[in-house]
Design a binder for this molecule. Structure first.
Ligand SMILES: Nc1nc2c(ncn2[C@@H]2O[C@H](COP(=O)(O)OP(=O)(O)OP(=O)(O)O)[C@@H](O)[C@H]2O)c(=O)[nH]1
Length: 326
């Protein structure tokens, strides 16, 4: 008998380490026959670009109206397309399909939307990342954190190298004492434990609740004017962190070095920026940053440094849906 295909919703708050965990997992031999769906195929598809650097992973993008929520018709369509294309190609079914949810989405509505896929008999579960350095604080402002932890069969404590895990463990234990807790320091061991087969949960029944809007969260697109130099880019990001403080939730995108033409991945979780990382094939990536902030508008960001050669606008995710079964 063929094993059931697992459907794993990888949940976790903005910047809590979902993509990193997935990339660590995809590097392991036991990740063979995994397909990945990324819930963010706007113009600046950072997660897709990072995962694509891992090699030839069958990957599908969901593009929808909101960078923070999941419009789930696309999801049903995409999963069906992945499964059917695989069948048509005469290949065995995927062992698992992983959907990386967006950091502000709640798992319940996403899982409920899978009801039309009942005939596929997917074994469904949720793996949630919980950032040791930030989760307890984020949970105070965003109840999405509790929804993501509550839905998990496995909770993975990430970034144990940045902070003690006590606060995140206490939060996870208080919200979902039944989940398996992954506390590995070693990243490969963490990824292996995170995706280790586990008893599947039943699909929640009932109609799909709409995703709640996030009235305090703005998703903004920042581009640099042609005259902007390298220092202008770095200075602006530094000013952004100082200006926003704890209202800055997440920055990710690509910047181009005007001198060398190299494209670098830029990321910050809160105000903590990671060193920019060069992207191979970067010339095809757009130069722009996605800034996700609480209680800040595009207008506010324009005054970070009014003289800077920077353009700020609300971010509009792409509408097209691409599906690339491999
Ligand atoms: N020190 C440390 N940094 C980590 C770890 N895991 C992830 N990061 C960093 O945290 C930042 C965010 O990681 P991602 O994997 O992109 O997080 P995400 O949850 O996919 O982010 P969104 O998709 O924006 O919600 C990146 O700069 C990572 O390099 C970890 O275990 N330790």
């Amino acid at each position: 008998m063929t094993a059931r295909t697992e459907f794993i919703l990888l949940a976790g708050f903005l910047g809590s380490g979902k993509t990193s965990l997935l990339v660590d997992w995809l590097a392991l031999p036991e990740a063979a026959q995994t397909a990945v769906i990324v819930n963010e195929a706007g113009e600046i598809d950072v997660d897709g670009a990072i995962i694509a650097e891992s090699g030839t992973i069958p990957m599908a993008m969901l593009a929808n109206g909101c960078v923070c929520c999941s419009l789930t018709n696309d999801l049903v369509f995409t999963i069906r397309a992945l499964v059917e294309e695989r069948e048509k190609a005469g290949l065995p079914p995927f062992r698992r399909i992983v959907l990386e949810g967006s950091g502000l989405s709640r798992p319940g509505p996403i899982l409920r939307s899978l009801a039309p896929l009942a005939p596929l008999n997917l074994a469904v579960r949720v793996v949630t990342t919980c950032d040791a350095s930030q989760a307890a604080e984020q949970a105070r402002h965003f109840d999405e954190v509790a929804s993501q932890l509550a839905a998990a069969s496995t909770i993975v404590i990430t970034k144990p190298d940045l902070a003690g895990t006590g606060a995140a463990e206490a939060l996870a234990g208080a919200i979902n004492p039944l989940a398996t807790l992954v506390l590995e320091q070693d990243r490969a061991a963490r990824a292996r434990a995170a995706f280790a087969p586990a008893p599947p949960a039943a699909l929640p029944a009932g109609p799909m609740a709409p995703e709640r809007a996030h009235p305090r969260v703005s998703v903004l697109r920042v581009a640099f004017a042609p005259e902007a130099g390298w220092e202008d880019r770095l200075d602006w990001m530094e000013d952004l962190a100082a200006f926003c403080g704890d209202r800055l939730l997440r920055v990710k995108g690509f910047i181009r070095h005007p001198g060398t033409g190299a494209t670098l991945l830029v990321q910050a979780v809160g105000t903590l920026f990671s060193p920019p990382a060069p992207m191979s094939g970067g010339q095809d990536l757009p130069e722009a940053l996605v800034v996700i902030a609480r209680d800040l508008s595009a207008q506010d960001l324009r005054v970070v440094n009014p003289a800077a050669p920077v353009l700020v606008a609300p971010y509009r995710p792409g509408k097209a849906l691409t599906c690339v079964p491999g």
